[in-house]
Design a protein around this ligand. Structure first.
Ligand code: NDP
Length: 315
């Protein structure tokens, strides 16, 4: 049978490119988990995806209720779950004030981390039940959360501190809207959320890999400077960022190429190892990359896990 892969945020950018790459192999049925149904349908059609290779299901990660409804709806569909890709994200670099999810959490961490944290925990049960030979749970990471890289050192740097803001509810009232308890910074909130994504992947690996055989992985697909992720950035940035990445840092990858990279992490037999943060060199060869000290801190990962469980209602 075909493998079934759920990809969150498959209506644009990397998620769409990966959905297309996987659908084209005819070996996968892609469930596009998106907040805007019509946009996703149009995107799939203009990417030339054949009807039988995908379906679209509603998921708004800014609402934990929507996450629970998605899981319920997915189970009702009767499809098995073989691979889950937590890809959706928002980035609000120019925001001066925080916005909040339906549950009252700062939006970047709420969508990128907490929504996915609940989704991954719930769907773990479904992955366990699948009879597919290689089951995987993938969470998108990023270089920007990794302070052991040049890009990761562009201010404001990521940093979760002692997690006091998150523990306090990340609500901007009783506690700070930032994980470390500091003043709100939209760019930092995104980077922090990406550290959470990478820590969560490793904690999943530690907790569940041995017993379940599921592969847990994260990746940095390269700088895809043309995606919608930068839609809220100032116009001059949006104009100069793609050529800067192409000619100066040479970290630029096309959406097509990034989609192929993510598709490898989904299905390629050579990328089966669990607990790995994948990256690609300039010749597009994959390698196991090193995470920064904070993004691989096992004590912090456990603390993050326990606080996140409470915030999403799992504990
Ligand atoms: P895009 O903005 O193009 O895609 C993000 C997707 O997330 C969109 O489909 C968007 O939906 C969806 N999304 C946003 N908010 C929600 C929500 N509340 N509920 C459900 N879906 C939502 O960005 P990219 O493709 O660039 O980013 C994809 C992933 O890749 C992210 O995790 C990002 O951190 C990571 N990444 C990107 C890099 C880059 O250079 N671009 C580099 C490293 C990592 P909609 O279409 O409705 O807006």
């Amino acid at each position: 049978r075909k493998g079934v892969v759920v990809i969150t945020g498959a209506s644009s950018g990397l998620g769409l490119a990966a959905a297309k790459a996987l659908a084209e192999t005819e070996k996968w049925h892609v469930v596009m988990a998106c907040r805007d149904f019509l946009k996703a349908e149009k995107a799939a059609q203009s990417a030339g995806m054949a009807k039988e290779n995908y379906s679209i299901m509603h998921l708004d990660l800014a609402s934990l209720d929507s996450v629970r409804q998605f899981v319920h709806g997915f189970r009702q569909s009767g499809r098995p779950l073989d691979v889950l890709v937590c890809n959706a994200a928002i980035y609000r670099p120019t925001a001066r004030t925080p916005t909040y999810t339906a549950d009252g959490y700062e939006m970047s961490v709420g969508v990128n981390h907490l929504g996915h944290f609940l989704l991954a925990n719930m769907l773990l049960e479904d992955l366990k039940k699948s009879d597919y030979p290689s089951r995987r749970l993938i969470i998108l990471g990023s270089i920007t959360g990794n302070t052991n890289t040049l890009a990761g050192n562009v201010p404001p740097k990521a940093g979760l501190g002692d997690l006091r803001g998150l523990a306090g509810g990340l609500d901007g009232r009783n506690s700070s809207a930032m994980i470390d308890g500091g003043t709100f910074d939209g760019a930092k909130a995104y980077k922090d959320s990406k550290i959470c994504n990478m820590l969560t992947m490793q904690e999943l690996h530690r907790r569940f890999h041995e017993d379940t055989g599921i592969t847990f992985a994260s990746l940095y697909p390269g700088c895809i400077a043309t995606t919608g992720l930068f839609r809220e950035h100032i116009p001059l940035f949006r104009l100069l960022f793609p050529p800067f990445q192409k000619f100066i840092t040479k970290g630029f990858v096309s959406e097509d190429e990034s989609g192929k990279r993510l598709a490898q992490v989904v299905g390629d037999p050579s990328l089966l190892k669990s607990g790995v943060y994948w990256s690609w060199n300039n010749n597009s060869a994959s390698f196991e990359n090193q995470l920064s000290e904070e993004a691989s801190d096992a004590v912090k990962a456990q603390k993050l896990w326990e606080i996140s469980e409470k915030l999403v209602g799992l504990a």
